[in-house]
Design a protein around this ligand. Structure first.
Ligand SMILES: C[S@@+](CC[C@H](N)C(=O)[O-])C[C@H]1O[C@@H](n2cnc3c(N)ncnc32)[C@H](O)[C@@H]1O
Length: 292
């Protein structure tokens, strides 16, 4: 495994993924009943954006660098993420610190929620374990995240959010494995919310995968939300960031249509990039509307 998230931490894809994660956690917290959060590819937890690794490609400049943590944007999900980043930096007295998905999620979990964090790379796992030592209701494991998440289903709470964030070093293999894991998770727990991050590179690969995933998880609903900062379908590299969400919480797609344009304006050069939200609803939403 060569992938190290420190080279990419805080880039535009992290911003898209992490705001989506916050939106999902806020949506799940609308009900009092606790849930299990599983981070199958958790990474090391905390990143130093001033480190040599982070500065090599300076990717965070085009991501979190386009925002001022603590300064509101007017979109609640984006602001909740920015407040979490600002609080994290303040606690650590480190203005270049950046919380990865597990440390970000921790800030939104309630006493009744639990977390299972899995990382397969030994060095990254050791750092992650150090970050979470002595925290009740949080289990950190050195294992294969796919297998571990499936084994954790169904959760005792009968509510779960599983984040799948593979490195896509073996692009085709990771795409296939993510879809297979989603299907296996649903087989054991049909109403679990599953969020899969995926790279937007070549159009036909992305479209084919989304179609295959939708067929594989049918009749569960699928939401595909994408944000791109380079022309789609170019061979530049990472053109955009996608989040495929199985069993999306009620109205998540509507909320995304409110805050994705803001992320797009901040993250793409003027006149470039775009965003898209597609809900494929072959079944009724699993979550009921909140009571007013
Ligand atoms: C994209 S990074 C995760 C970033 C993290 N989710 C975040 O948003 O802060 C992917 C991570 O998955 C780890 N990894 C790769 N294969 C894995 C597997 N089969 N199971 C668990 N972790 C794996 C890599 O070592 C890497 O740290």
């Amino acid at each position: 495994m060569k992938y190290r998230h420190a080279f990419h931490a805080g880039n535009f894809a992290d911003v898209h993924k992490h705001v989506t994660l916050v939106a999902l956690l806020l949506a799940l917290a609308r009900k009092d009943k606790g849930f299990l959060f599983v981070d199958t590819h958790a990474g090391r937890g905390a990143y130093d954006l001033a480190s040599a690794a982070a500065r090599r490609g300076d990717e965070a400049a085009g991501g979190i660098g386009r925002f001022a943590p603590g300064t509101p944007t007017g979109e609640p999900e984006v602001d909740a993420w920015l407040e979490a980043v600002a609080a994290f930096r303040q606690e650590r007295h480190a203005r270049h610190a950046y919380p990865g998905s597990p440390l970000l999620a921790l800030r939104f979990l309630r006493p009744q929620d639990r977390a299972l964090l899995v990382e397969a790379e030994p060095g990254e796992h050791a750092e992650l374990r150090r970050e979470f030592r002595d925290l009740p209701r949080v289990v950190v494991e050195h294992a294969d995240g796919h297998a571990r998440a499936v084994a954790a289903m169904p959760p005792i709470e009968r509510r779960a959010l599983v984040l799948l964030d593979p490195p896509y070093e073996d692009t085709r293999g990771d795409f296939e494995q993510a879809a297979a894991t989603a299907a296996a998770l649903l087989e054991r727990f049909a109403t679990g919310v599953i969020a899969i991050w995926y790279p937007v590179k070549l159009e036909r690969d992305t479209t084919r995968w989304i179609e295959a995933l939708a067929a594989r998880i049918a009749p569960r609903p699928l939401l595909a939300a994408e944000l791109w900062v380079h022309p789609r379908d170019s061979r530049l590299g990472l053109n955009g960031s996608g989040m495929a969400i199985v069993n999306p919480p009620y109205l998540l797609d509507e909320r995304m249509r409110a805050w994705l344009p803001l992320l797009h304006r901040r993250l793409a050069a003027p006149g470039e990039g775009g965003w898209d939200v597609r809900l494929r609803s072959d079944a009724p939403p699993t979550t009921t509307p909140p009571r007013r």
